[in-house]
Design a protein around this ligand. Structure first.
Ligand SMILES: [Zn+2]
Length: 344
């Protein structure tokens, strides 16, 4: 049996209390004093989901001053040339390293936009069996056989952007994903504003970035109940700032992702701190960081489940230490070790 003590994030919000775990299952969630010696103290939450990553490119050293296009635009950006040139075992090593860093950084699952077609999906599945994989077709024209083989090896498809592929191609892929009952994600308006109507008509589970978006684009996402994944550190590398406060004001469910491994390590506190900095500079309420940091990603991945700590759930738990009283700052500024209890 393991005891955790501190502030527990439940469906009803934060409570001061403790959690008892037995055999990998949460057997008790109670308010009040912890009845024994806890293995960890802090903010106890169901493990946050990293809602957007590219886990294979951690080995690429990025020359400073590169533009978004030079670095990541398919098919000739530096990243894609790198991924094509690196042997399978080396990519697998980078993926496993990313997974380890993610666990140490407090994350549970990560939703990976996996480049490299069926090959990329296969290497990731072999290297990190529980990764959430959204594969990406590599053929220039829509190829139903390729889509099928990617969907067999993945949990869905993660598209670059509607500026990178033609509309019919994107629609065919979206149909295939729907038929396979899998997940579709897509980058939108990262560098230039794109047509949100065309994107939402694909029925994505979520969209990523929306940096260059008008308020009415954000309202449409909120109305369609399509969450937006913000990657503040990645955007900062390219000199752009996501409109986080406008997203929240529009009623968007905002989640957080760490994007390219070559730019940002997967660390909940570092990514949420960058998010918080942007949010507060835009006049937003610091408390608004909790949902994007802890809950929204789980809501994308486990929409039909209770996304919080509860009795009877598998112990997929993270404990973020803090000193003094629990607050956004005391949690994010702590440098003490994060405890991750993994599912068995
Ligand atoms: Zn991305």
């Amino acid at each position: 049996m393991e005891l955790l003590s501190g502030t527990v994030l439940t469906r009803d919000g934060f409570i001061d209390g403790y959690v008892v775990i037995d055999g990998g299952v949460i057997v008790e969630v109670s308010e009040g004093r912890c009845p024994g010696t806890p293995v960890a103290e802090g903010l106890i939450t169901a493990a946050p989901v990293n809602s957007h990553s590219h886990c294979a490119d951690g080995g690429l050293k990025v020359p400073p001053g590169m533009s978004l296009e030079e670095l990541v635009a398919p098919p000739d950006g530096l990243k894609h040339r790198y991924l094509d040139s690196v042997p399978d075992f080396e990519l697998g090593q980078s993926m496993r390293r990313f997974s380890e860093l993610s666990l140490n950084g407090g994350y549970g699952a990560f939703i990976d936009f996996r480049e490299g077609g069926e090959r990329g999906c296969r290497i990731l599945r072999e290297s990190v069996p529980d990764a959430v994989i959204l594969g990406r077709p590599t053929s220039k024209k829509y190829d139903p056989d390729e889509a099928e083989s990617i969907l067999e090896a993945s949990d869905g498809i993660g598209l670059p952007s509607i500026s990178d592929i033609d509309a019919c191609y994107a629609e065919s892929i979206a149909d295939d994903v729907r038929r396979a009952r899998k997940m579709l994600g897509i980058h939108v308006s990262e560098r230039v504003r794109e047509d949100i109507d065309a994107v939402l008509s694909l029925d994505p589970a979520f969209v990523v970035h929306m940096v260059e978006s008008a308020d009415r684009d954000l309202l449409k996402c909120a109305e369609a109940e399509v969450p937006v994944v913000v990657c503040a550190r990645s955007n900062a590398f390219f000199g752009s700032v996501p409109p986080i406060k406008r997203m929240i004001d529009a009623g968007v469910d905002v989640a957080i992702g760490t994007d390219n491994a070559m730019l940002c390590e997967p660390d909940v506190r570092k990514e949420a701190s960058a998010f918080l900095k942007v949010l507060t500079a835009q006049g937003g309420d610091p408390e608004a960081v909790w949902r994007p940091m802890l809950e929204a990603g789980r809501n994308i991945l486990y929409p039909a489940k209770d996304i919080h700590i509860r009795k009877g759930a598998e112990a997929d738990v993270t404990v973020f230490p803090y000193s003094g009283s629990m607050s956004v700052r005391s949690v994010l500024e702590s440098t003490d070790r994060i405890l991750r209890l993994r599912r068995r």
